[in-house]
Design a protein around this ligand. Structure first.
Ligand SMILES: Nc1ncnc2c1ncn2[C@@H]1O[C@H](COP(=O)(O)OP(=O)(O)OP(=O)(O)O)[C@@H](O)[C@H]1O
Ligand SMILES: [Mg+2]
Length: 274
């Protein structure tokens, strides 16, 4: 099982939307998918539950941190697509400082238990960089960081990599050498001159370019870097709990899916999907 964490301390950048799209896509490709929502806001739990596609495990995601044995029982039934839903208890984990190492160990034990049952695990995280995010990064294979193209988010790129607690480089150095940064994925990109300029500037910086999700193995120009456009159909599908690819008779949904399908497929491919 390959585990990917959607992470960015900035809120509302499209982490949950991409987590859902990726989970649906991988499940539709025939992979066995485990989705874990460690954000108490439940923005992956709501749409995946509504979709009816995922079996909702009879437990809450806080148990993967507090009680690995009972969490493992929660995925005992054979289902190809399982959601471990969010709950309010998740919020309290950060205050239990003396338990933090144990929380991280429990998640690792749980993921180890799930390893043979699933092909991919997708962890959607909360925006505040707390123990849930640290523990997820410590046990993951990959991290993907959606960002929005505004100045504040661009200023935060260094933090994604170098933040003392949740920076990917720091986690890799200190706690999880196998963690691989899939990259920065600009989301909700609008066709405004300002956003186009921001995207151009990102790609122009060789340091940042090397951290972006590229659509091909040897990118040569701006067009080779992935981004997700801002589309009402994406937000609508997320709100309604539908998989964008499967919405029938809606031209906007079809067009939006056509735009983003190559990006979702590329991310899946970078994680080893065929
Ligand atoms: N590409 C997109 N185009 C239009 N709307 C989008 C797009 N991606 C996400 N949205 C919408 O933007 C809002 C925020 O997205 P989302 O919940 O995925 O962000 P998030 O990073 O998970 O937020 P949080 O940090 O609070 O967890 C949601 O209403 C979602 O449906
Ligand atoms: Mg979210």
């Amino acid at each position: 099982m390959k585990t990917v964490v959607l992470a960015n301390q900035k809120g509302g950048v499209g982490k949950s939307a991409i987590a859902c799209l990726l989970a649906h896509w991988l499940a539709a490709q025939g992979y066995r998918v485990l989705a874990i929502d460690v954000d108490h806001q439940g923005n992956m739990t709501k749409p995946l539950t509504k979709s009816g596609k995922a079996f909702v495990a009879p437990m809450s995601a806080h148990q993967v941190f507090t009680d690995a044995a009972s969490a493992s029982n929660g995925i005992a039934e054979e289902h190809p697509f399982v959601l471990i839903p969010s709950s309010h208890e998740l919020k309290a984990l950060e205050q239990q400082r003396e338990q933090h190492n144990q929380f991280a160990r429990n998640l690792r034990v749980f993921l180890h238990h799930a390893d043979q049952r699933f092909d991919f695990c997708i962890i959607d995280t909360n925006p505040n960089p707390d123990i849930r995010v640290v523990a997820s990064l410590v046990s993951a294979d990959f991290v993907l960081s959606p960002i929005q193209l505004n100045q504040e988010a661009l200023d935060g790129i260094q933090g994604l990599l170098l933040d003392e607690r949740v920076g990917v480089e720091r986690i890799r150095e200190k706690l999880n050498p196998k963690l691989r940064f899939l990259g920065i994925l600009p989301t909700m990109v609008e066709p405004t001159p300002y956003q186009k300029e921001n995207l151009r500037q990102l790609v122009a910086s060789s340091q940042i370019r090397s951290k972006m999700v590229a659509m091909v193995d040897a990118p040569t120009g701006g067009a080779d870097y992935a981004f997700i456009p801002k589309r009402t159909a994406i937000a609508k599908a997320q709100g309604a709990g539908q998989f964008l690819a499967e919405i029938k008779g809606d031209t906007a949904a079809r067009d939006s899916w056509r735009e983003i399908q190559p990006v979702i497929a590329r991310v899946a491919q970078l994680m080893g999907a065929a």
